[in-house]
Write a protein that binds this ligand. Structure first.
Ligand SMILES: Cc1ncc(COP(=O)(O)O)c(C=O)c1O
Length: 463
């Protein structure tokens, strides 16, 4: 092994090391400002974060950034001045890249006119019309701010439409009581609410059928992520559609991750199965807070009877951003370009995992639009340790990511893909070296990650 050569840092961060593929003896990246800001934040902000997946629970505390300062394209800079190729993208909203010129110009132009108004604006109508054009099930549209607004509105609408209470869920659907009661992090959710929601596994239509059959007239809705790291098995979505029709339940596709990534019209366009209602969010505003619930006219009109109404429902900067995001998504063929980048990254990482004999420890999978590298827990160390080691070593080499490659238009660049794979090669070498130790934990320079809860079959990558 060639030893890293020390050199002095002109930035005054103390000793740093030039290095090759091997694990640096000392971290080249420093997180002094991170640690100070974390201490300060903990005085006023529980967990020092607004989002579990952005918190210290999901990182290697002491050897990873916790606070970012700015982003540009697919790069972000932390408060210590370190920069990274970002495959988290704010947990998926940033589909075009940070500071996208078209979206930012639209926001600035709207800012000149105002942000939140006393009555509705034409922007709402324009955006609703655009979504109806793209999304197969969309005949009418309402907007919210978070994905959870949209999934909860869809569930309330389904209950109003059917006069039933029970809900069947598959995937992650946000932080509200009706869903979180099905997870291990259900503290604060009343038993009476928890009793109304049941989960079923993805790609298991038999399990859904058995569940619906336990109370054939009780299920108002089946809400599910139609695709994710796992592709739906052939006929799975169509079978779910048929079961919903048979049992009189409203079918809701939660397209908050798939929307505008797998295709502009979501998984329902890609797989040719239309739900009754669907929720969209995340990528719709390229980072601005906006979500949408769309669906069949006869169900959506019940919005006039239920209560789904909020101060910021028609906030104009996000609507303007969403229109500009759709412009770019259409013009630049974004889902195809994202898939192209994903294909190259997954193939490259897969080769690297083989090259460093890490196949036991990591499973490389996922569709082109959302490749994933999942610590298996079957190898030489616990999944939390192997995942933490990998994360630490990728961060050291300038790649910020969770278990998935969250992709944006700006990743579609040969140099970015090359740099990412070079970082992966170095990180894999370091992880492999660490796993050769009696106690691989010794190679961790911070505290290992801790689970939030596993919402999908293979990854805790919700919010
Ligand atoms: C599939 C899915 N549904 C709903 C949500 C909730 O969205 P939000 O966090 O914007 O409320 C998420 C967030 O990660 C999600 O991935």
């Amino acid at each position: 092994m060639k030893r890293p050569k020390p050199f002095s840092s002109s930035a005054g961060f103390g000793p740093v090391f030039e290095w090759n593929n091997a694990r640096p003896l000392l971290m080249t990246r420093r997180f002094d400002q991170t640690a100070a800001l974390q201490q300060r934040a903990l005085e006023t902000i529980p967990l020092a974060s607004q989002t579990f997946s952005k918190s210290v629970l999901q990182t290697v505390e002491g050897a990873a950034p916790l606070f970012l300062e700015r982003g540009d394209g697919c790069r972000v800079w932390d408060v210590d001045g370190n920069n990274y190729i970002d495959f988290v993208l704010g947990l998926l909203p940033v589909v075009l890249g940070y500071r996208h010129p078209g979206v930012d110009a639209a926001i600035r132009a709207q800012l000149e006119k105002g942000i939140s108004f006393s009555l509705s604006t034409e922007l709402e109508v324009e955006l609703a019309e655009r979504l109806v054009r793209h999304i197969p099930c969309a005949e009418m549209v309402r907007f919210g701010k978070n994905g959870s607004d949209a999934t909860t509105a869809a569930v309330r609408l389904a209950r109003a439409h059917t006069g039933r209470d029970k809900i069947a869920v598959c995937g992650y659907h946000g932080w509200h009581d009706w869903y979180i009661g099905t997870t291990p992090r259900d503290l604060g959710v009343p038993d009476a609410v928890r009793a109304l929601t049941d989960s079923f596994p993805f790609n298991d239509a038999g399990a859904l059928e058995a569940l619906l059959a336990t109370a054939p007239d009780a299920y108002a809705a089946v809400i599910m992520e139609p695709a994710g790291i796992d592709d739906p098995a052939p006929e799975f979505l169509q079978t779910v559609r048929t079961l919903c029709d048979r049992f009189g339940a409203v079918l809701i596709f939660d397209e908050i991750v798939t929307g505008f990534r797998i295709a502009l019209g979501g998984a329902q366009a890609h797989y040719g199965v239309a739900p009754d209602l669907a929720s969209f969010g995340k990528a719709l505003g390229n980072g601005m807070p906006i979500s949408a619930i769309v669906g069949r006219r006869d169900i959506m009109v019940r919005m006039e009877d239920i209560f789904f109404s909020g101060t910021f429902g028609g906030e104009a900067l996000s609507l303007a951003a969403a229109l500009a995001t759709l412009d770019a998504l259409e013009k630049d063929d974004v889902p195809n370009r994202i898939a192209g980048a994903g294909r190259k990254l997954r193939a490259g990482v897969s080769e690297i995992v083989d090259e460093f004999s890490l196949r036991q420890e990591f499973t490389v999978k996922g569709p082109d639009w959302w490749p994933a590298v999942l610590p298996s827990g079957n190898g030489r160390a616990d999944a939390m340790i192997t995942g933490s080691l990998l994360k630490q070593e990728l961060i050291e080499r300038g790649v910020l990511m969770g278990p998935t490659f969250n992709l944006c238009l700006a990743h579609d660049d040969a140099a970015i893909i090359e740099q990412t794979l070079a970082a992966w090669r170095g990180a894999a070498a370091a992880v492999s070296e660490a796993l050769a130790l009696n106690d691989p934990m010794r190679a961790l320079r911070g505290k290992p990650m801790r689970p939030v809860f596993q919402v999908r079959r293979h990854a805790a990558d919700g919010a």
